[in-house]
Ligand binder design. Structure first.
Ligand code: B12
Ligand code: SF4
Length: 351
């Protein structure tokens, strides 16, 4: 079986980093981790090819080659996904679509033959059998959330490392909070499920063995959703970091680039005072922690403060964070603003 895995083109948003990528001679920031994870669940003797539209063009020859096209996307990719689907339809290639865009909005894609809604781990075996038998259904959705300790190491061999700024790993799925603007609860639930530390270290080790020596972005929904397990992981990562074989070598270019970033006073490298004790000094491990640290401004009304916001805002930033003397994680804190209902008297201030 020949499967073409396609990741749509990022529009020009802040997170596409389109305008800064040329400064570091890269084509894209992140590889499509969802597709690489799905690829690892397909039979080893199938022929796979990944086309990430952020690093290369999708050729008709690629589409003609494939028996199936597997497409992953976020809402932000809607236009590009429609274009890919149209091209597949024109060449009569069946599309299997999954990921956040289709999980939350598959109704908008009548031209897609098959959908995998939500997490794929518990579905893949059945999907593969149906693909082989030519009896694939329109919808696949697992009854329960999968046990993430069974998630395989992503197929890093399908990406060309040189085009990307950072690789990605995932330790946990799910978030205990419930911010009104966030799809994570729908997709991954409110109970954080974590991989084992050994599993994550196997992923890092695979990246190292395949030659990656640069940043790794931890893509968790909420890396500290289960703090106890996160601390166990960090301790094991320290041990892995300290083992001689795992020396994570810095590339001079990135040293420079990083120093520029870290010397900027607007980009503060912080390390939460509590987790500092387990400061994993993993070279160049960029923990882009989507911490879910929702900083509510004092202008918010109580109605917009859900429990996570109240808890997070009970201590000021300055009390929670202090500069890390030897930063190895860069906490790229992602501040999100959302309020419902918008309090009329404060809206002008918030804007
Ligand atoms: C890491 C991450 C990012 C990173 C990198 C994204 C990337 N290109 O890899 C960054 C920080 C750049 C980012 C940015 C944004 N993100 Co984001 N991001 C995430 C996060 C936290 C993890 C994604 C991930 O790698 N997961 C790990 C993999 C293994 O999981 P997965 O992709 O879901 O794949 C599984 C299943 O979905 C399924 N699957 C996926 N694809 C396919 C395909 C097939 C064929 C099959 C069978 C199965 C399948 O199988 C996989 C295994 O179970 C998710 C939350 C989440 N949990 O998904 C949000 C999330 C995807 N992001 C979201 C959003 C909104 C954004 C932004 C638009 C935010 C903004 N306002 O700017 C930007 C847009 C980026 C852009 N390019 O312009 C939303 C998407 C909502 C939606 N319904 O589409 C999410 C769900 C978070 C949320 N708050 O709701 N993001
Ligand atoms: S804390 Fe973050 S991940 Fe969790 S529900 Fe809120 S925005 Fe989503």
């Amino acid at each position: 079986m020949k499967v073409l895995l396609v990741y749509p083109q990022n529009p020009d948003t802040f997170w596409s980093f389109k305008h800064v990528l040329r400064f570091v001679s890269k084509r894209s920031t992140f590889p499509p981790l969802g597709l690489l994870t799905v690829a690892a669940m397909l039979p080893r003797d199938w022929e796979l090819k990944l086309v990430d539209l952020n690093v290369e063009r999708l050729k008709d020859a690629d589409l003609r080659w494939a028996d199936y096209v597997m497409l992953s996307a976020m809402i932000i990719h809607k236009n590009s996904a429609h274009e890919v689907i149209t091209r597949c339809n024109e060449l009569n290639k069946p599309v299997i679509a999954g990921g956040p865009l289709f999980t939350t909005g598959h109704e908008e894609f009548p031209n897609v033959q098959h959908f995998v809604l939500g997490e794929a781990e518990d579905i893949m075996q059945e999907l593969v059998a149906d693909m082989l038998a030519g009896t694939a259904r329109r919808y696949y959705k697992a009854a329960n959330r999968p046990n993430v300790t069974c998630v395989p190491v992503p197929r890093w061999d399908l990406v060309n490392f040189k085009h990307y700024v950072t690789m990605a790993v995932q330790f946990s799925r799910g978030c205990p909070f419930d911010c009104e603007f966030c799809d994570i609860i729908i997709m991954n639930g409110r109970v954080p499920r974590t991989k084992t530390p050994a599993q994550l270290i196997a992923e890092l080790e695979t990246l190292r063995l395949q030659g990656w020596r640069d940043m790794v972005f931890i893509v968790d929904d909420n890396f500290i959703g289960d703090k106890k397990r996160t601390k166990v992981l960090l301790r094991e990562m320290i041990a892995w970091r300290d083992s001689p074989k795992s020396l994570w070598v810095l590339k001079p270019r990135w040293l420079r680039a990083c120093r520029n970033v870290t010397s900027s006073r607007t980009k503060v490298e912080i390390w939460s005072s509590r987790s500092r004790r387990c400061s994993a000094r993993v070279w160049k491990l960029w923990a882009g922690l989507l911490l879910g640290l929702i900083m509510t401004s004092r202008t918010s009304s109580n109605a917009s403060l859900n429990s996570s916001n109240v808890r997070a805002s009970s201590r000021p930033w300055s009390a929670c964070c202090r500069p890390c003397p030897k930063p190895n994680f860069i906490s790229a804190s992602c501040g999100k603003v959302g309020w419902s209902p918008p309090p009329p008297e404060t809206t002008p201030k918030q804007c």
